[in-house]
Design a protein around this ligand. Structure first.
Ligand code: ADP
Ligand code: MG
Length: 654
């Protein structure tokens, strides 16, 4: 909804989502109110990066003003703080697009996530907003954080190379006003009309005071590559000569973290840099910092986040999230070529000494140096993960929970690193509560076990209930649970580990007999042949084959897929996602030792087949489906048959 006020002035209502977001930001009692400054400085720094990059090919954009900087101006009396940059600026359309709406994907998710945490109100009805900082960080709703500190925000901006300026202002309520503005300097000025500090607030910080601003800049923005300047009043001179003078001071050291010697950097500094870079609130789980020298020179500073960002599996997010610098000049964000897609969870920067400043996304793909950088980053990351697995198992577990499924994509697509990635796998198994590695599994294998056994399942609890496990448990063979949908794709490529075949125990034939009772078995098979034949006929529509099982000890029957096919869970998932997966008939295996099978055999042996044999077979099949967690083809019929059976008096069925 737009309403014209003067020829250039419009009042525009915020989108519903933006409004909701603003309300949440403003009304949450915010523990770290000061981060608004980090957000505004980070936007200013981005705008300076953009100008610096664009001016490489269009020098006129600098308009003779080449000293790129950020300024803070505070007026304690008026309770006003300004954050000023002489960066790229925005056109009117860009202001509406970038500031007036939340167009970015994931925003809906942000509002939902906020509401979810709001839903978790305590007894007094106070919403639990302790997650808010994480959420703000993850979704980069940075600019709106200004409303945590200000009750009115004015943004004035002029895009480099143009003359028309724009003024945007809002009180963070229902709408904002946008109008043309004359004679603006290049770049953006954000003016905050600060709220009164609440007397009882935990942080009654006054953001017009020099030392408060100094502290906040030092804490969050020290490494920003441009000077953050402020005019300060100082007393100078001796005795009677003393006078007050205004000096411009630079509040940040501006030394990019990655150019400093590794050992000089405090964990705290890494944490702040990572948060700035990743728009995250938590500290990184692992820091990988190194300098390559020799034929190829570059600095790399990579971070493994602690938690999974919400867009990790968005189809649009397949490339790397590393920023590329060339000799400390920012070149581009999210430079795809720097990492394989299965390491896309890393955040960080690469600063190359060799690449030309005018590289573009197109030429990067062909660039030999970039390929070498990628190789070296992959190597270092795998080493770091290996180190974490060996030395910090708990942290590695955190990593694996967040990013294991992404790493597994590498097992599928990357022949070169498959073996190494296999060693980084963690999976739960029948042997306890803690997930284990393949190496640990192999170490525990009894001598007579020749294969690595795995069971795909929707989750650990479902795997533990599976009838497929029975005989393996009885024999003391450990089985690994594979509970990510991606696992079954991985298994198509990862067919062995350290020359031991990897075998899905729900597929193909499993022979767990150790040859001791071969004779017994042949006898059994002879004896049960007529039954198998009859069941086969009854279930011809449903299953491909009926045979005796060596997998079962307690259950009467189980369904088995072909060695080459997907498990029923994954088949269902693929079909639901619209893939044309043909219906695969499976094999029904019967447990020759189960009383139910013996009873069926007796019934079948009586010359005349009793009426209900078909129903019994349908029940047997239905039960096997239920046991593996698959839906029944005709639940109503199943229920009816069970009821009828329960109503019958024992011994009257024939
Ligand atoms: P993010 O920085 O994560 O994109 P923000 O809410 O902080 O999210 O900013 C939204 C957008 O507004 C930025 O992406 C940028 O396009 C624009 N913007 C914000 N501040 C500035 C500024 N000082 N100069 C130029 N553009 C800006
Ligand atoms: Mg921002």
């Amino acid at each position: 909804m737009r309403r014209a006020m003067s020829p250039t002035s419009e009042k525009i209502a915020f989108q519903a989502e933006t409004r909701e977001l603003l309300q949440l930001v403003i009304h949450s009692l915010y523990k770290h109110r000061e981060i608004f400054l980090r957000e505004l400085v980070s936007n200013a720094s981005d705008a300076l990066d953009k100008l610096r990059f664009e001016s490489l090919t269009r020098a006129e954009l600098l308009e003779g003003d080449e000293r790129l900087r950020i300024r803070l101006e505070a007026d304690p009396e008026a309770r006003v703080l300004r954050v000023i940059d002489n960066g790229i600026g925005m056109s009117r359309e860009e202001v509406i697009e970038n500031i007036g709406t939340i167009a970015r994907s994931g925003t809906r998710g942000f509002v939902d996530a906020l509401k979810a945490s709001e839903g978790k109100a305590d007894d007094s009805g106070t919403p639990d907003l302790s997650n808010l900082p994480d959420l703000i960080g993850q979704f980069g709703v940075g600019f709106y954080s200004a409303f945590m500190a200000a009750d009115e925000v004015v943004l004035e901006t002029r895009r480099a190379g143009t003359s028309a300026g724009t003024r945007w202002s809002s009180r963070g309520e229902g709408d904002y006003t946008i109008e043309d503005a004359e004679d603006l300097p290049r770049g953006t000025t954000v003016t905050l009309h600060l709220r009164e500090p609440e007397a009882d607030a935990e942080d009654a910080a006054d953001f017009t005071r020099e030392w408060t601003l100094r502290e906040v800049v030092k804490r969050y923005s020290d490494f920003v590559a441009y000077p953050i300047e402020m005019d300060v009043e100082r007393e100078e001179g001796e005795g009677d000569e003393k006078e007050k003078v205004i000096r411009t001071e630079v509040l940040n050291s501006q030394r990019p973290l990655w150019t400093r010697p590794k050992d000089d950097i405090e964990a705290e500094e890494h944490a702040e840099f990572y948060k700035h870079l990743a728009h995250d609130w938590t500290e990184p789980l692992e820091t990988i910092h190194f300098k390559a020298e020799g034929t190829l020179e570059f600095n790399a500073l990579l971070y493994v986040p602690r938690a999974r960002p919400l867009d990790l599996f968005d189809p649009s997010r397949t490339g790397s999230r590393l920023h590329l610098y060339v000799r400390r000049v920012f070149i581009m964000a999210d430079c795809e070529e720097l990492l394989p897609p299965w390491l896309r969870f890393l955040r960080g920067v690469v600063d190359s000494s060799d690449l030309p400043l005018n590289v573009s996304r197109e030429t990067l793909q062909e660039n030999r140096q970039v390929r070498q950088i990628r190789k070296s980053l992959t190597r270092k990351t795998l080493d770091a993960l290996r180190g974490m697995l060996d030395g910090r198992r708990e942290d590695y577990g955190t990593f694996w929970t967040a990013f294991g499924p992404v790493l597994k994509e590498g097992l599928y697509v990357d022949d070169e690193h498959r073996e190494e990635l296999a060693k980084l796998l963690l999976a739960h198994s029948t042997a306890g509560d803690e997930p284990c590695t393949l190496d640990e599994y192999v170490e525990r294998m009894p001598v007579k076990q020749k294969e690595i056994y795995v069971l795909p399942a929707t989750d650990k609890a479902a795997a533990e209930r599976s009838p497929h496990l029975e005989a393996f448990r009885a024999k003391g063979f450990e089985v690994l649970f594979l509970t990510d949908p991606v696992d079954e794709f991985v298994l198509q490529r990862l067919t062995e580990f350290e020359s031991r075949p990897i075998r899905s125990i729900d597929k193909g034939e499993v022979d767990l007999d150790d040859g001791e009772d071969d004779e017994d078995r042949t006898e059994r098979e002879e004896e049960l042949k007529p039954l198998l034949e009859l069941v086969r006929k009854e279930l011809a529509e449903e299953v491909e084959e009926v045979r005796l099982s060596t997998r079962l000890t307690d259950s009467p029957a189980v369904l088995v897929s072909k060695a080459s096919s997907f498990s029923p869970q994954v088949e269902r998932m693929l079909r639901e996602s619209g893939q044309p997966i043909p219906e695969q008939k499976r094999t029904l295996e019967l447990n020759p030792g189960h009383p139910l099978i013996e009873r069926l055999r007796d019934l079948a042996a009586e010359n005349e087949i009793f009426d209900r044999f078909g129903d019994y077979c349908a029940l047997l099949h239905g039960q096997a489906l239920i046991a593996e967690g698959s839906p029944l083809p005709d639940p109503a019929r199943f229920a009816k048959l069970v009821t009828e059976l329960m109503v019958q008096r024992p011994g009257t069925e024939a």
